[in-house]
Design a protein around this ligand. Structure first.
Ligand code: SAM
Length: 275
């Protein structure tokens, strides 16, 4: 189920078991620190130093328009990685800021800031404790950042609502919840449903040598997402499911044309905070 299969730090063993927020955070921060260099080397060109893609299909914010006009707006990217999306927002006239759990990802962000001359002020932090005062932003977004890596989703959405101004926008992309049913295999094997869509037990990688949890992903159904957004004062306006583009042959973890032509790989939610 890992968003970045094949498994990155062998030897690990894969389990499905309950993992709380602290354990998820303590696993995923160091995991992204270890993985950041390889991630940027592998995907950096596709992401573009100044580019906003919502997922492996290459569907861009320019195509989606789900954030609305960001010019002159205060924008927070949660799970900002190397800041590619936020840099694109700056190019559109938005005042974007990044937040990420991984210091190494933020170092890549700083490196690209210096290379491009477009700086995204960024902080080290977690989606469940946003270090900003109430009503600081007009827009909060996350492109495959944070939300599927945290256990306490309720807290993360509450935090998002708190830092947004009334009427503010929240949009995020995640692995499409239906993918949870399938093995994380980009080939034909990845088309055979083998586990329950309704089983929310997290996907966990455990370091074989130490027995320590090394990576975690959490699953929610579409209904869970609707409930948590609505429960924190959001009106859902969009659920985009980008199709696999003709001629797009990129394989990214479990995402591929083989699967993408038949099943959705990415879900993008858009919501507005009710005034
Ligand atoms: C798949 S990357 C997405 C980043 C960027 N949008 C991209 O496409 O490269 C996921 C990012 O989420 C960050 N992340 C994971 N858990 C987080 C958390 N609890 N709070 C904030 N960021 C988190 C990771 O460090 C990583 O940089």
């Amino acid at each position: 189920m890992s968003a970045d299969q094949p498994i990155r730090h062998p030897p690990v063993r894969v389990e499905r078991r309950a993992v709380d927020e602290a354990e998820s955070r303590h696993a995923n921060g160091p995991d992204w620190d270890r993985y950041a260099d390889e991630y940027q080397a592998t995907h950096g060109e596709f992401l573009g130093d100044i580019g906003f893609v919502w997922g492996p299909e290459g569907f861009t914010e320019e195509q989606a328009g789900i954030l609305g006009d960001v010019a002159g707006k205060d924008v927070l990217e949660v799970g900002s990685g190397a800041g590619q999306c936020s840099r694109w927002i700056r190019g559109q006239g938005g005042r974007s800021y990044g937040l990420d759990l991984s210091i190494r990802q933020l170092q890549h962000s700083r490196r690209i800031d210096q290379q491009t001359g477009i700086a995204v002020p960024s902080v080290l932090g977690t989606a469940t404790h946003l270090p900003f005062t109430d009503g600081s932003f007009d827009v909060v977004f996350s492109s495959f950042g944070a939300l599927q890596f945290i256990s306490d989703l309720d807290r993360a959405v509450a935090e998002t609502a708190r830092v947004l101004r009334p009427g503010g926008r929240f949009a995020f992309s995640i692995t499409h919840p239906t993918r949870w049913m399938f093995p994380d295999d980009p080939g034909e094997e990845g088309l055979i449903a083998g586990q329950s869509y309704w089983d929310r037990t997290p996907y966990v990688e455990i370091d074989d040598a130490t027995g320590v949890v090394a990576y975690v992903e959490h699953h929610r159904t579409l209904g869970d997402w609707v409930a948590v957004l609505s429960g924190h004062g959001f009106s859902i306006t969009d659920l985009l499911e980008p199709e696999w583009p003709e001629g797009h042959e990129r394989i990214w973890g479990g995402w591929s044309g083989v699967r993408g032509r038949l099943t959705p790989g990415t879900a993008i939610f858009g919501a507005t905070l009710r005034p």
